[in-house]
Design a protein around this ligand. Sequence first.
Ligand code: UD1
Length: 416
Amino acid sequence: MQKLSIHGGVPLSGEVRVAGAKNAALPILAASLLTAEPLRLWNVPELNDTRTMVKLLQRMGVSAHVSPGAVELEAANITEPYAPYDLVKTMRASILALGPLVARFGDARVSLPGGCAIGERPVDLHIKGLEAMGASVTIESGNIHATAKKLKGARIFMDTVTVTGTENLMMAACLADGETLLENAAREPEIVDLAQCLIAMGARISGQGTDVIRVQGVAALHGATHAIMPDRIEAGTFLCAAAATRGNVTLTNAPVSSLDPVIDKLREAGAKVHVNGTTLRLEMARRPYAVGIRTSPHPGFPTDMQAQFLAMNTVADGTSVVTETIFENRFMHVQELRRLGARIDIEGNTAIVRGNDKLTGTTVMATDLRASASLVIAGLMAEGETIVDRIYHLDRGYERLEARLGALGARIRRVD
Ligand code: UD1
């Protein structure tokens, strides 16, 4: 199993280009199921998750041409509208095939995603929404089976804000008869990116980016070309690593407008952040101040950045309170950070972090994608060598992370 070896203590310095957003690419790849014509995508990040999504689509009969940073998909013939467990278990976002398949083909089977490291993560709202549009949904042999002659527009209220739930229902509604209203919809920038791609394919959508999305169904969608937005979580991770190591890093192709909550907290921690168009420069001259974090749906502070900020807080000046409100078990990184010398107490969904002068390197184990990123940041700050084990989690969501951190001066390498 591959690991990362990190010798900490080097302030990051230099320039890095932000890659395409994983969480925009996954639903947009799935959107190819909505049309028989080719969907050409640019700025697609080269990640295990995007490869898994392409593999899933190919198994269904979609033809795919993959070249560096680009994917062309054509779902002219679907042989098997089925997302099997072996792929769903490695990537929960496979559920994003459900809405498009039932909308276009009237039949979809997606293996039920099991529990995952960061919590229970049910998909009841995806199912309820499809049922409201007239689909009949059953659970058979561990699969969600949805059928419908033709989906019908509906008014759907989601009692919890769900990102992939909103995306699944927005895609399904594109081919439904009549109008669908999605209320209490998620407002994440990736939903706006998906909506823009769907609109380029001929969908009639308005309200994306607000909590009410209106979709007028159309008879068919057509092919389109779309460039995936840059990844705000990857950008935030680089910024956090730069601040934690007291570095000076410039990000190009940065999704500046969607980074407000992250930039705000970095400034509170003492960083100077300069914005110029899509270029962001962060300079950190001092030990970070401890910053309080409370995760919430966009435009609040993203749960996908909680672990990285918690890592920075472990060496901060002062005590911080970090509250996770989205997922019930998203503090798996805490026990690993403690192994590096961090002083963290957990009370329910809150972590209390007392800043330490330093961390000391040792072996730690990655448990999920963003937890892995927090361990890398901790390793970059720690004295001596940190080994981060089980980095397959990291490869799901970060493109060539060690090479890009290495280019910023980090002493980091992949070992078998
Ligand atoms: C997406 C992101 C993930 C991010 C998360 C929250 C993708 C591929 N993944 O995950 O990186 O951490 O948003 O920003 O975009 N819930 C229900 N019923 C449902 C669906 C969700 O109760 O049917 C609950 C979940 O358990 C959770 C909350 O809603 O407590 C938010 O989850 P959701 O927004 O759906 O997360 P994902 O879309 O899975």
